[in-house]
Design a protein. Sequence first.
Length: 328
Amino acid sequence: MRIGTSYFGNRMIHHFNEDLDSLISEGFTDILHTVSENDLKFYRNTIKDFIQLSKAKGLTVTVSPWSYGLVFGGEAFSEFAFLYPDACQKTQHGVTLPNACFNHSAFVAYMKNWIDHVIEMGADYILWDEPHWAGDGGWYPLKNNEWSCRCQTCQHYFERMFNEPMPSTWSNKISIFQKESMVRFIKEVSEYSKEKGCKNIICFFPNRKKLEVPSEWKAIASLDSIDIFATDPYWVNSKFSHEELVHFYVAEAVKIGEETNKEVQLYIQNFKIPTDEEYKVKEAVEIGLSYGITYFFTWGFQSCKHMSFLASENPELAFMNFYKTLRC
């Protein structure tokens, strides 16, 4: 059994050392360090120290590009749009968004630079966490009937793919194009990582309004450069009960894992847990175990009590319900 947690919000090594010892005493085997654009710019050597200390104490280290380009999961700002405005997504009306475009070479290069640094820091795994187009996640929702991306680069690739101009109204071909673009992007960055000796995890955030699995999930899981397939069925604010949501997406993840011969990793919600609902953390873990999952992560450390936006109301109990369920 492998047990991990994400860790972020603290950049003081002496405090981290204490937290690390507590995790080890509680049976954790893995840790995930978020590495945002801010981290890479101002805390690069600090993060390296965190990673090296984690490994010295026996933990396997995963890193994630936290909110990089505002197209991965995370509560962090991005400066990509200021540096490369021409490489950002555009709506069908030509409005420039703060999100990077997966098809633009400048963003691919930006991510390869990040990969170089986190591998030099000593990362064992990279978690490609919740990649999404604008409007499909993140903190900058689109207006009604808006979609993205219809930048010049996307128009170019679309025309090459379908031998016709990219329309300005949504169509099934645009949906196919977006899925293929996502596959191509993850393939390029994960192959680059793999060539440099780092393993790759892909994690997709489930739809909480309808139970469905997009085709790109399996397509990306099938890539040779992907080592682990993960999902994070976070139930707070879902229209479904925690049991229904977790059961559905764990079953689908296990199916994808079997069909692609990939290990499956399950993320358990440990943020924004209301008082008297901490039991749902335990039950979500138990559902994962019932499907044979042996690699669990939770988001995040001590139920994110240090971050008011994410903090659970009874963080100690919520966090304990994760690791104690797995230690039984």
